[in-house]
Structure formats: C-alpha cells, structure tokens
Design a protein around this ligand. Structure first.
Ligand SMILES: NC(=O)c1ccc[n+]([C@@H]2O[C@H](COP(=O)([O-])OP(=O)(O)OC[C@H]3O[C@@H](n4cnc5c(N)ncnc54)[C@H](O)[C@@H]3O)[C@@H](O)[C@H]2O)c1
Length: 434
C-alpha cells in the first residue's frame, strides 16, 4: 500500500518505518526541514532500540522516504496518517491546532478517495472535527478513522510490529477493509484488531493511559504508607501482583510518571470530562499524587542533610523519563534537578542516551559526566532517577572508592535493601525500610 505519515516525531517515525518494513511504500512528512534533511541522509533523529536498522534497510530498499512537501506526499497515498503533536493548551485540554490545520490543508489537496487516519492522541469528537475541516475545501469521498497508538517508547518497534491489539475506530466499511489489510501482517499471531466507532476509539486511548497512570500513583501512595507503617512496598507489590485481576506489571513505585504522554493525557481527560460536565475525581487525585511523588526523593535528601543542601554536590544517574529512550519530556529527573539547584546544591549527571537533549534544555546549570562512575567524583551522594539496565548491577567497589560517603538515594528501587546495608551503604529508596 502507499502510505503518507504526516508528522515524523516519535510516533510518526516508528509508524512510517514499521509500515515500510512489511512492504508498504511510505513517505514521512515533517515541517521541520532540518529533521527531514537528516532523516533523508540516513541519520536517525531519535534513540529507539532496533529502529535504526530497519530505518536504514527501508531507505535502501526505497520503501521509506522523507519530505517537507505535503502535496506531493499525499498525492499517491491511499492512507494518510496524522502523527502530529497534541500538546496541552492553557486549560489542559489537548491543543488540536496542528491536527486541524493539516486537515484543512488536506482538504485542498485531495482529488479522490483516501482514508485519513488519526494516530495522534486526540479528544473524543476529533474525528468529526477533522472530517469537517477537510470538507471545508473538498466535497469528494474520504473517510476519517481513529487509530490510536499504544507503543511504548523504549520498546516501540516491538510494540508496533507485534501489538497487543490494534484499535480502529470507523463506521465506514471501505476504510475498515483497508485498515484490516494494512494491519494484517502485524496481528498474525492472533492479537486482535478491535473495530469500534470513532468516539469509543478516541476515548480508549485516554482511558488506557489514565488507567496506567492511576496504577502508578496508587502504588506510590501505598509506598507512602509503607514508609509510615514500616512495611516494604516490594513485598506488597509481589503480594498483590500475583492476583491475576491486578497483574504484575506497572506496580513499581518510584518518583512518579513522566514522558510526553501520561501527564498530558491525564490532564486532557480531566479537562474533557469537565467539558462534559463530569468531575473526574480519581484522575485529579492521580495528578496530585504524581506531582508530590516527583519531589519525594528531594524531601528525603533534605531530611538526610537536615534541610541544608547548600554546597552539597550530587551525582545523578539517569535523565530520560524512562530507560531505553532519549526522551526527556516531563522527566522526573528534571524536576529533581530544578529543586536541588534551588536549594543551593550542585549536580553532575550521567545518562546513556539523554545527555544531549538535557544540555540543549538546561545547558551548563549542571555538569555532565562521560560515565556513570565519573559522575561520582567529589559527590556527597548518588541519586538514581532512571532505571537503565547498566545502573542495576554496578561495580560497588568502584562506587565506594569514588563515593566514600556511601550514601545513595534511589528513586527507582534498583537494589536490595539488605544487600546495600550489608555493604555499609546508607541506602534510601522508595517505600522500603532503610
Ligand atoms: N511519544 C509517544 O510515546 C506516543 C505514544 C502514543 C501516542 N502518542 C501521540 O502521538 C502524537 C505525536 O506524538 P510524538 O511523541 O510523535 O510527537 P513529536 O513531537 O515527537 O512529533 C511530532 C512531529 O510533528 C511535526 N509537525 C508539527 N506540525 C506539523 C505539520 N503541520 N506538518 C508536518 N509535521 C508537523 C513536528 O515537527 C514533529 O516532528 C501525540 O498526539 C502523542 O500524544 C505519542
């Protein structure tokens, strides 16, 4: 099939590349000329495990190309995906400016039947708005489909190639057939393509992210209780996770959720609910808990140094909002950095992939190390903000030499408390005795 993907960020690039991988001919469009030039020269613009290899292969096989010009890209396409930003507006609702302006443009360009697929995360009713924006300039045949994306950064290629499910919202038989054909190679193991109406599909995406965010905030509140009651959140997690109704995943407590999706999607659903005259009480609490949890580690650090962080120097392992990505959008590490600097502390950070984006955002307000060990030089304590694999089994003898104070604040509960104590560390983690 011939496919155009409009917006070549995290979702657009993975979507376009993975569609090319099964033999489709894909053009990815972006208004960012520098990005398109880089991609066209075979340089990948995001760090995502496994993506570069198939990106290069499909460029070489001429199934994947990049362009800035919308008209020529959509001319041949049978299906046009919108993978555009939907950032929070001033009131927290998703800002549809990007999606609707491209829809308006598409209306001027369409000459025959095409399916326009919304892959961006958008509020209920957006398919109708996109349809209306296209129809302002075009009165031929077309269908608008909602096809929310559930990929997780860090494992995005696997998620796309072998999705748990594909959700397609459409009431048009012709669009349904094309979407079934397109996704058939990705669901060969029997994972479902779940067809539904557009509105249910749009809400499904928000419900999924909000439910996962709720699970995280719930466990973070259990961790708070554990700290006050002398229980161990790891034990509680294992105790409840083996119940199939609850499930083992997404039960880890820590320093809160971040990233480009959960914070904005929870906020947007609260706002959509309010516009529908419904007060989404649980989600408001989820947001509040997450905001507090981000700074919980800072509170522990302050308590340890009896409130005075002036002149203290910290090594920080991890900047990305989660491992295996260089994405720092809404990363808890950034809130921690900000809070510590305000208290007069200094920081040397290390992250395997996310140092460049952080340098671009906050520059020389902190120092950057070339390795996780170099970050420890001269530090009073080590802080851990992202659970990269390479942080999980570090060389403790080396740590001890570089960090004689042997103090670790772990926001991701990477190590066993008993083991750390037996090695003589002052080890402070989340929801566990220390
Ligand atoms: N990142 C994720 O993990 C993820 C997962 C599922 C869904 N989503 C949703 O997918 C959507 C896109 O997210 P993302 O993370 O890929 O965003 P992103 O910011 O990484 O990428 C968006 C891209 O769109 C481009 N763009 C903006 N206006 C354009 C225009 N008029 N024409 C062409 N290109 C234009 C930008 O230059 C950018 O490259 C959002 O709605 C997001 O909520 C994201």
């Amino acid at each position: 099939m011939k496919i155009a993907v409009i917006g070549t960020g995290y979702v657009g690039l993975v979507t376009g590349t993975c569609f090319a991988e099964t033999g489709n001919k894909v053009v990815c469009v972006d208004i960012d000329q520098a990005k398109v030039e880089k991609l066209s020269a075979g340089q990948i613009t995001i760090y995502e495990p496994g993506l570069e290899k198939i990106f290069l292969r499909n460029i070489k096989e001429e199934r994947l190309r990049f362009a800035t010009h919308l008209a020529s890209a959509v001319e041949d396409a049978e299906i046009i995906f919108l993978a555009l930003p939907t950032p929070p507006g001033a009131d927290g609702a998703a800002d549809l400016r990007y999606v609707l302006s491209v829809a308006e443009e598409l209306g001027k360009l369409l000459k025959g039947y095409k399916v326009i697929v919304n892959k961006s995360t958008v509020p209920v009713g957006t398919a109708d708005k996109v349809r209306a924006a296209i129809a302002n300039n075009y009165n031929g045949e077309f269908d608008v489909v909602s096809n929310p994306e559930f990929l997780r950064e860090g494992v995005a290629v696997d998620d796309f190639m072998k999705p748990d499910r594909v959700v397609v919202g459409t009431s048009a038989e012709r669009a349904r057939k094309l979407m079934s054909e397109l996704y058939a190679p990705y669901v060969r193991q029997g994972n479902p393509i779940i067809f539904m109406d557009e509105r249910s599909s749009e809400l499904t995406k928000y419900a999924a992210n909000s439910f996962l965010a709720t699970k995280i905030s719930f466990m973070n509140e259990i961790a708070q209780l554990c700290e006050r009651m002398g229980a161990d959140v790891d034990m509680v997690r294992r105790g409840i996770g083996s119940d199939e109704r609850i499930g083992k995943r997404f039960l880890f407590s820590g320093i809160g959720y971040g990233g480009s999706c959960f914070p904005k999607d929870v906020q947007a659903l609260v706002q959509s609910a309010s516009e529908a005259q419904y007060d989404f009480k649980i989600l408001k609490a989820v947001e509040k808990v997450n905001g507090m949890q981000e700074l919980h580690l800072v509170e522990k650090i302050k308590a340890h140094y009896t409130g005075d962080l002036k002149g203290k120097h910290f090594a920080l392992w991890g900047l990305a909002f989660k491992p295996n990505t260089d994405d720092i959008r809404e990363a808890p590490a950034l809130s921690i950095i900000d809070a510590l600097l305000k208290e007069g502390a200094t920081i040397t950070a290390y992250d395997p992939e996310a140092m460049e984006p952080v340098k671009r955002q906050i520059g020389a307000t902190i120092k950057y190390a070339l390795s996780q060990y170099q970050a420890l030089e001269g530090a009073n304590a080590l802080l851990i903000a992202t659970e990269w694999s390479e942080f999980r089994t570090p060389d403790f003898e080396r740590i001890e030499k570089l960090l004689p104070a042997k103090v670790i604040f772990d926001g991701r509960n990477l190590f066993e408390v008993a083991k750390m104590q037996s090695m003589g560390y002052r080890y402070i983690s989340i929801g566990r005795p220390h």
